[in-house]
Design a protein around this ligand. Structure first.
Ligand SMILES: [Zn+2]
Ligand SMILES: [Zn+2]
Length: 160
């Protein structure tokens, strides 16, 4: 929706999400590969040589969602939302990245709504604030979206 700079997405799991697009976003990083934790350098469990050499047990590999580094569980124990990257729910972060996230960075940039059916197609009429969803259950629903897409749409529909 150009006027309100919002994007509406529907999912096959039934979720309807309204994204605030009026803000710059950061692209999520590629996940890096490593045979040992990129923070504490402990070996991952397939790194038999380093496990043997250092007489330690290998650890599970995880990834920090902000920097993409391959890290162990201990080095990625922090959780936070990070909406500028699209993470509206808490995700795994390494200590360093967690420290860089300020409170204002956690301001949600999307709202979530329950479609109550598995949506396979959708269309939207922004001028009237109406959305239609078709589900895999063959149900067609018409939604009054005027309450969720913000009343700043300047094209003259009145909330119903
Ligand atoms: Zn580690
Ligand atoms: Zn990180």
């Amino acid at each position: 929706m150009q006027l309100t700079r919002q994007l509406v997405s529907c999912s096959s799991e039934g979720g309807i999400t309204v994204w605030n697009m009026d803000t710059p976003r950061e692209e999520a990083p590629q996940w890096l590969d490593s045979d040992s934790c990129q923070k504490c350098e402990q070996p991952f469990f397939w790194n038999l040589k380093q496990m043997w050499d250092s007489k330690t047990l290998g650890l599970r590999q995880h990834h920090c969602r902000k920097c993409g580094k391959a890290v162990c569980g201990k080095c990625s124990s922090k959780r936070s939302t990070y909406p500028v990257m699209g993470f509206e729910f808490q995700v795994r972060l390494c200590e360093d990245c967690y420290e860089t996230i300020r409170d204002e960075d956690r301001t949600p940039l999307a709202t979530f709504h329950e479609g109550k059916h598995n949506i396979s197609h959708m269309d939207m009429d922004p001028s009237r604030g109406l959305m239609v969803t078709c589900g895999s259950d063959r149900v067609v629903k018409i939604w009054d979206m005027t309450q969720v897409v913000g009343c700043s749409i300047a094209t003259g529909f009145s909330p119903r």
